[in-house]
Design a protein around this ligand. Structure first.
Ligand code: ASP
Length: 417
């Protein structure tokens, strides 16, 4: 009993995960029971996390921008963050395409029945994605939880506060106080994570038992191999060489957020935990409050890998050989699609329609993998949030360097006087 009391939250989350898998295996023949009586508790947990997302993103970005003190610092961290996110996403798609093409060359992809497939795609064009970033009604963005628009609103509000100076101080203090309250609520919800993880995992295993995985096992395997390689190589290099931290320690630190992402399949819902874990590992809260909500919305390396693998797989099933030009097109559209993908469960599959359509591949092909999307989503969401956290650590390092340089300059100027 004493031993159990000593266990920390990450250990409890791990126990929840393992027990969830075991319980799911017990209910393999009876998934209705888990769907009707166990999953709802997992849904309550996700809802609790989700209701915090808009206020967390809004208040953390506004206070992040305001606490940076000047617009120049926001701009400096902002553009480096976006460049980092774009570069890692492009690397991710290239890895995804390389693995999928390798698997195709080795004839590993199964030949599936492609006739009579129907998939109602609601794909949007690349321009739609760009136009939709800008809100026309602030309240509608909040109620629809349209995170790209919420981010734009938060950036404008933060910049407005900085520019209004003294007059905006009460507003800035109020936002800070709301942020503190939201964080406290978040801590309460995070405490029930092991129960949420147990319920969600149990249902996933019971519903998606071995049969559904069957013929699609190899595609899922290829996607997971690509996820793992991106995780070890791209993030390994980033954490070790760019942020100067030990990769093993990083993995241990981000583990609670990883397991929540794996089970909730939502970067947005995992955001509170990603912030918590990243700050514990040394990310500057001012920087992470800005970088992580942005990342949870626009940085989706796992989703990009999935889209690359899925595009090659669907093309193979239809007997289409992708040209280099089409591959380049996939890199471009999947980067945009991953920016436009909401950090919620299953969103990546909806955006896959845009990628397929732009490249000229049959959108109905999504029906081939739709049944196991949850399994792809678990891995891709986990990768998505890890990528965000590596960026928060790197941006903290760059920002510290920048501040040190500024201090040294100021010191030199003072001693000259
Ligand atoms: N579920 C993913 C996320 O929240 C998005 C996706 O479906 O790819 O990051």
């Amino acid at each position: 009993m004493k031993f159990l009391k000593k266990l920390k939250l990450p250990a409890w989350i791990f126990i929840g995960l393992i027990l969830g898998i075991l319980a799911g295996l017990c209910f393999l023949g009876n998934p209705d029971f888990t769907t009707n009586y166990i999953k709802p508790f997992g849904t309550i947990y996700i809802n609790l996390l989700k209701f915090l997302v808009v206020p967390v993103v809004l208040t953390s970005i506004i206070s992040g921008v305001v606490s940076m003190g000047d617009i120049k610092r926001v701009g400096s961290v902002g553009w480096k963050t976006i460049v980092y996110y774009l570069c890692t996403t492009v690397v991710a798609i290239v890895i995804g395409l390389a693995f999928a093409s390798g698997a195709k060359a080795l004839n590993l992809f199964p030949v599936l029945e492609v006739s009579g497939l129907e998939y109602e795609a609601s794909s949007s064009s690349v321009m739609d994605v760009i136009v939709n970033i800008f809100p026309s009604n602030m309240w509608a963005s909040f109620t629809d939880a349209n995170m790209l628009q919420v981010i734009v609103i938060a950036l404008f509000l933060g910049a407005g506060i900085l520019m209004a100076g003294e007059k905006a101080k009460p507003f800035a203090t109020w936002i800070d106080s709301v942020y503190a309250v939201i964080m406290k609520i978040m801590m309460m919800i995070i405490k029930i994570t092991p129960i949420g993880v147990f319920c969600l995992m149990c249902n996933v295993v019971a519903v998606n038992g071995p049969s559904i995985v069957g013929s699609l096992f190899l595609v899922i395997l290829v996607a997971y191999l690509a996820y793992i390689v991106h995780f070890l190589v791209c993030y390994g290099v980033s954490v070790r060489c760019l942020s100067g931290k030990k990769f093993g320690k990083f993995v241990k630190g981000i583990w609670p957020a990883m397991s929540v992402a794996f089970t909730t399949t939502s970067s947005a819902a995992t955001l509170p935990l990603t912030i918590e874990c990243s700050n514990d590992m040394g990310a500057d809260p001012e920087v992470s409050g800005f970088v992580l909500p942005l990342g949870a919305t626009i940085n989706m390396d796992g989703t990009a890998i999935y889209q690359g693998v899925a595009a090659v797989f669907i093309a193979t099933c239809y007997g289409i050989d992708l040209t280099i030009g089409q591959m380049a097109m996939i890199v471009m559209t999947a980067t945009l699609a991953s920016i436009g993908t909401a950090g919620v469960s299953g969103a990546g599959m909806i955006m896959l329609a845009m990628v397929l359509e732009t490249v000229g591949l049959p959108v109905e092909g999504i029906a081939l993998i739709a049944g196991v999307d949850k399994l792809f989503d678990m891995g891709r969401t986990t990768l998505n949030i890890v990528g965000d956290s590596t960026c928060a650590l790197y941006m903290t390092k760059l920002d510290q360097k920048r501040s040190a340089k500024k201090l040294a300059k100021a010191g030199a100027a003072a001693s000259e006087e």
